[in-house]
Design a protein. Structure first.
Lengths: 481, 157
């Protein structure tokens, strides 16, 4: 780019110089030729007049010698090639011949008039060789001047290049550094001039300074962001480790507490029983009643401890996934439940259930809890209906267990899955409040979820998914329940 | 302690538990001779006929050892290991009777060669019936290992 600008500048100066000199030279030479010829013509007319005046007596007296004398005076002018005087009939009267070098000439015929009568004609031939010799010389001079001028102009252009091309080249270099290396620290050396180029360089430098400052800000921001991210990650890792250790401690604690609580419970129950066995006759009714209360209490606490143990164990247990048929799991659970269903009228409506990826032993715990709850809370019904089925939601099965039992108020639905949370009085329905918490924990471990719908005294329906949480929660109409 | 035939060796550190277990066993009149060891060391003394039990003979091993896991001095699993790794005592039936239902304990016990593993229920009725079943099985129903089973040279085949 710099080279073309340089060449253009050089050529421009050479052309301008040449054109100016050619035009000026041509005008000068043209004017010179024109005025030379005009002056020669004027001069010839004057000389012809003089010759004509001098020739009148010679013609009148037919004296060609005196006319020859008159003509020979023209020898003083080297440029007069020839001169002649002729009579009116055209016959020559007198003549003079100078040196004729050939080439271009100017000729003039001038009448010799005296007292209104044409006595003859003067012929003059004037050589223009001097003129064209001058023109040729002028052309040579002009050529030399042209060459010298162009050389000087080119030298001058080099000086101009220094003030134009160099700053432009530096600008180009700087622009390349900026665009290719993202180096915003470069600056173009100022020209020191107040011209457009100086302004351009100054503006470019100013722009670079601004970009550099902006870049520095962005860099600082990025560094701060990276530092913050790192800090955050560290904090998350630390918190996760803390949480994991707390979780482990909690599980170990729960396990150990549950475990160590069993031994004293057994002793309380054992000695209370021995008291009844061995001193039954001596005990007043009230004492026996109190003892049975003690034993109920210990038994209840034993159940709580067992459930708590199971829940704690679940927290540590890995989920072993395999594809299992839910129907056969439900079949096993209902069979084992039926042993304790003497005197109950329960209608089981069990639809075919899908095969899903799950830990079958854990899902059996889920169904055991849900179905034994259904059995428990339909106890006041003369005819209990327990329905198990599945519906499809977004391609994923949603399993439900529905009963026509006592249900619960949806007001307390959020308490259903909390540990030790119960919605019924212990004397109405036995339980520890751990079952549904266990179910929820198992389903969470399967990346599933559970929710319930119920109406007080109308029944309840528990829904759960395995592996995918549906966007909307489907419901089952209660036409069968 | 008698020097004769021990029918049941109960290894249990808690006096209350000892009393409840002994009462349950006596009620069923299953065992005439119940020996109680209060920690792991004492249990090993009884089984390996040393210390206070130096007068005992390997000829008369207990019919069954009811072994708790949580024991002072020597842990239950170490007692089990000692019994099962010595040819003179290896054939003695050992039943772990504990509060623990932890999978790890079960795995370790069976790997060490335990003969049975039961969890003590909280409910005394159930505990009593369990102790009764155990006594009935190991003392009455089960054929005790013959003396030859305790001879060291018979093991190296």
């Amino acid at each position: 780019m710099a080279s073309t600008i340089k060449a253009k500048l050089t050529w421009t100066s050479a052309m301008v110089t040449s054109i100016a000199l050619l035009v000026a030279g041509s005008a000068f030479v043209g004017h010179y030729v024109y005025s030379y010829r005009a002056s020669v013509a004027r001069n010839l007319v004057v000389q012809a007049n003089t010759i004509a005046l001098n020739a009148v007596p010679a013609l009148r007296f037919d004296d060609p010698e005196s006319a020859d004398e008159t003509l020979s005076a023209l020898g003083a002018d080297r440029n007069i090639i020839s001169a002649a005087i002729s009579r009116p009939d055209g016959t020559p009267f007198a003549s003079y011949t100078g040196t004729d070098s050939g080439g271009r000439r100017l000729e003039l015929n001038h009448p010799i008039v005296s007292e209104g009568e044409q006595l003859g004609t003067v012929h003059l031939a004037f050589s223009l060789e001097e003129l064209y010799g001058d023109v040729a010389r002028y052309a040579q001079i002009a050529t030399v001047v042209l060459v010298l001028s162009v050389a000087v102009a080119m030298l001058a252009a080099r000086g101009i290049q220094r003030s134009i091309v160099r700053p432009v080249a530096r600008l180009a270099d700087a622009a390349r550094a900026v665009s290719q290396e993202q180096n915003y620290a470069v600056r173009v050396q100022p020209t020191g001039g107040n011209d457009e180029l100086g302004l351009l360089v100054d503006t470019f430098n100013e722009m670079l300074a601004r970009i550099q400052a902006r870049e520095a800000e962005v860099d600082a921001g990025n560094q701060r962001y990276e530092r913050l991210t790192e800090e955050l990650e560290q904090r998350v890792t630390q918190r996760t480790a803390e949480l994991e250790s707390t979780n482990k401690e909690l599980e170990a604690f729960t396990y150990s507490v549950s475990h160590d609580l069993r031994a004293p419970l057994r002793r309380i129950d054992g000695f209370a029983q021995l008291l009844v066995d061995e001193y039954n006759a001596e005990l007043p009714d009230e004492a026996r009643h109190y003892l049975s209360r003690v034993r109920d209490g210990t038994r209840q606490m034993g159940l709580l401890v067992d459930d708590l143990l199971n829940l704690a164990r679940l927290g540590r247990q890995d989920v072993r996934l395999q594809v299992a048929g839910l129907s056969s799991i439900v079949q096993r659970v209902t069979t084992s439940l039926q042993r304790d269903l003497e005197g109950r009228d329960i209608e089981w409506q069990i639809q075919p259930l899908p095969f899903v990826e799950c830990d079958p032993s854990l899902i059996e715990v889920v169904f055991t809890n849900l179905l034994s709850n259904a059995v428990k809370y339909t106890r006041p019904r003369a005819h209990a209906v327990i329905k198990v089925g599945s519906i499809e939601q977004n391609g994923h099965p949603v399993i439900y267990v529905r009963d026509n039992g006592v249900g619960f108020s949806m007001k307390y639905a959020d308490k259903l899955f909390g540990v030790f949370q119960r919605l019924h009085r212990a004397e109405d329905f036995e339980g520890t409040g751990v079952g549904l918490a266990t179910v929820q924990r198992i389903l969470h471990k399967h990346a599933g979820t559970i929710w319930a719908e119920a109406e007080l005294d109308k029944g309840a329906c528990f829904y759960f998914t395995l592996g995918a949480i549906p966007e909307a929660r489907p419901t089952v109409s209660d036409q069968n329940a | 302690m008698t020097n004769g035939n021990i029918e049941i060796l109960l290894v249990e550190d808690n006096v209350d538990d000892v009393e409840l277990a002994v009462r349950a066993l006596r009620r069923e009149k299953l065992a005439n001779d119940i020996t109680v060891a209060r920690d792991g060391e004492e249990a090993l003394d009884v089984i390996f006929c040393r210390g206070a039990h130096a007068g005992r003979s390997f000829q008369y091993p207990p019919r069954v050892v009811l072994l708790d896991l949580k024991l002072p001095k020597v842990q239950g699993l170490d007692v089990l290991k000692a019994i099962k790794s010595d040819p003179r005592t290896k054939a003695i039936p050992v039943v772990i009777m504990t509060s623990s239902r932890e999978e790890r304990d079960l795995v370790d016990s069976y790997k060490l060669g335990v003969n049975a593993y039961v969890q003590k229920p909280v409910d005394f009725e159930k505990f009593r019936s369990m102790v009764k079943d155990l006594g009935l099985f190991w003392v009455v129903i089960n054929q005790a290992p013959p003396p030859k089973a305790f001879e060291p040279n018979d093991q190296g085949q």
